[in-house]
Design a protein around this ligand. Sequence first.
Ligand SMILES: O=C(O)CCC(=O)C(=O)O
Length: 279
Amino acid sequence: MATPAQQVKPDDSLIDSETAEFLCNGYVIVKDVLSSDQIELIRRALHPYLQGEHFGRNDFEGFATERVYALLAKSVEFSLIIDHPRISPIIDRLVNPSYLLWAALAINLHPGETMQNLHRDNIGQRPPGEGLINGVSTMWAIDDFTSANGATRLLPRSQTWEQGRMASERDRADLIAAQMPAGSVLIWSSEILHAGGANTSDRSRLGITVQYCQPWLRQLESFLLVLPPEIARTLPERVQELVGYSIFEPGIMGYADGMHPKRFLRDDYQGRKAQGKPS
Ligand SMILES: O=C(O)CCC(=O)C(=O)O
């Protein structure tokens, strides 16, 4: 059962220590982020799409797993977890300030689902370079995550391995299960080896993964296609920026018809000139 959510903005020292744990192990778990009411809100928003019609189409997606994509096009309520005051300060410390949403989808592992292949979330991307990561992924536990129901498995510190090294049988003995109560958030590096676990329980395991990438990378989901201006206008401004109605500061990457993409959402947008910057 989830406890009440942490309401106050976290101390810098707490964010520092969580970021340090992430950088050392490649992941960190933050508990009590969502209240029971917020979990219920998310569950209700997902309910129409978890009716057994969206099972995985391959072994990676999981034949016994429901996946729901384009969440923000389905309900504005998901904004709550795309930009959350308890989690965003950690992401802010790990990637360039103009970072983007890379993916956001619900993953509901049904009983009988087998373990996913170990993988990194940086597939198709180039090595990020010394001291950099391609992105940061999160998993929001809507149900309790347990070893039996398929809690995400991670190989601690594998984010430091050389590019392309996969796990040996011996390495696999070090896999951990990210067990956490509903309302918690697992945050992991795009460079760490991880997988959805097998669900050997008799209940499904519902989580939402929200993933962010450096602003110079291509987003995994084409958000501007699923969130055209008429839908994007209903989202909070920071979420609009994260999905791509933004430019990569201090440059101009991301312009639309030579203009700031915010002009497509707001008639009153004055441009960056108003903030003392070139438009
Ligand atoms: O379901 C999970 O716990 C992890 C899923 C995952 O890593 C993925 O589908 O890329």
